[in-house]
Design a protein around this ligand. Structure first.
Ligand code: TXA
Ligand code: MG
Length: 319
């Protein structure tokens, strides 16, 4: 295996990355949420390379990253709710699942057999500059192998994907640290498919109550079944003490003592700060000398809903 090609996200490398993507290659890049593994969303072969690099089952649809709502409306039908959410939250950590136009130029592979596409306008400067340099929509799942934790730094991407990607643009750590919130607006009642970096309350303030995804949504969105967020060590959730051999992932002031290793998601009890630290701290505690990772309770307020969703997935073997 060759060394991963990690480069600073400067003008020269952004231009080079744009050429790689237009030629059908893969570029990992930072967004405000997590690092994405990007390919030209109009190129079937390039999109197929994403699935190969991630070892991801090919029925899992991908998020397409675009410049703005105007570009999105060229690919998918934006209804009234979608337009209201785009006005308020794009660019930002919100992905909307919408019906493909009949003449949609996006690869059918990004939809994985569905009649819909998840679209998002990322807020990160590097992501926006890369879309501009490529002048194509960019399909990008999180830049980790299937079954691993989403990467929030270029080093995480290099560890997980190595030279399976043509270039890794290093734009520093991702400020949000959690994947985007995914909302299905393609039929009837708007439905939450995945809690994420945009709090649910913010969305409901604009379009009213969202239906929570149940079993049906899991089938409609096969990716929801994936064990995405899994460290190698077992997690013990809602821990209020520390057992022998455990590392502690703490939240708030005055965590219990006794852990050989302790990292605190947010000593001041702020769920946004905790979200930004979540994946990096899970990785840091996932070490051979640790028997298990005890995780203190995180409140279901603000980004706590999304944090707890990720923690439950990480704690459920093979879910
Ligand atoms: O923040 C994010 O969303 C990151 C950055 C890179 O943008 N991307 C990301 O992508 O997390 P990924 O592929 O790891 O997760 C996308 C989720 C999956 O659960 C997938 O099943 C769902 O969105 N999804 C994508 N397209 C869909 C569609 N057409 N219908 C239903 N669910 C869809
Ligand atoms: Mg993912």
């Amino acid at each position: 295996m060759n060394a991963p090609n990690v480069q600073p996200a400067d003008e020269t490398h952004l231009a080079q990355a744009g050429r790689i993507l237009r030629d059908g290659g893969l570029v990992a890049f930072p967004t405000e949420t997590v690092y994405g593994l990007g390919a030209d969303a109009t190129n079937d072969e390039a999109v197929a390379r994403i699935f190969a690099a991630k070892d991801r089952p090919s029925f899992n649809p991908l998020i397409v990253h675009v410049r703005d709502a105007g570009e999105a409306s060229g690919y998918v039908a934006m209804n009234e709710d979608a337009r209201a959410l785009a006005d308020r939250f794009w660019p930002g950590p919100l992905s909307m699942v919408l019906p493909r136009h009949a003449d949609c130029s996006l690869s059918l592979l990004v939809s994985a057999g569905l009649e819909t596409v998840a679209v998002r306008v990322p807020r990160g400067n590097v992501a926006q500059a890369l879309i501009a340099a490529t002048a194509r929509p960019i399909a990008a799942p999180s830049a980790n192998r299937s079954g691993a934790v989403s990467p929030t730094t270029a080093a995480h991407v290099a560890d997980s994907l190595g030279d399976a990607v043509d270039m890794i643009l290093d734009g520093g750590p991702c400020p949000v640290g959690l994947e985007s919130t995914v909302v299905d607006l393609s039929h009837g009642t708007p439905t939450l498919l995945r809690p994420g970096g945009l709090p649910l309350g913010d969305i409901e303030a604009v379009i009213g109550p969202l239906r929570r995804a149940g079993r049906d949504a899991a089938i409609k969105s096969p990716g929801m079944l994936e064990r995405h967020y899994a460290p190698g060590r077992p997690l013990r959730l809602d821990a209020t003490d520390v057992l022998s051999g455990e590392a502690l992932l703490a939240f708030g002031a005055n965590p219990p003592t006794g852990a050989a290793v302790i990292l605190n998601l947010s000593p001041r009890g702020d769920t946004a700060e905790a979200a930004a630290n979540l994946f990096a701290m899970l990785r840091a505690l996932d070490r051979p000398d640790v028997a298990a990772i005890a995780v203190m309770p995180v409140p279901e307020t603000g980004l706590g809903l999304a944090i707890n969703d990720r923690l439950r997935r990480a704690a459920t073997p093979g879910n």
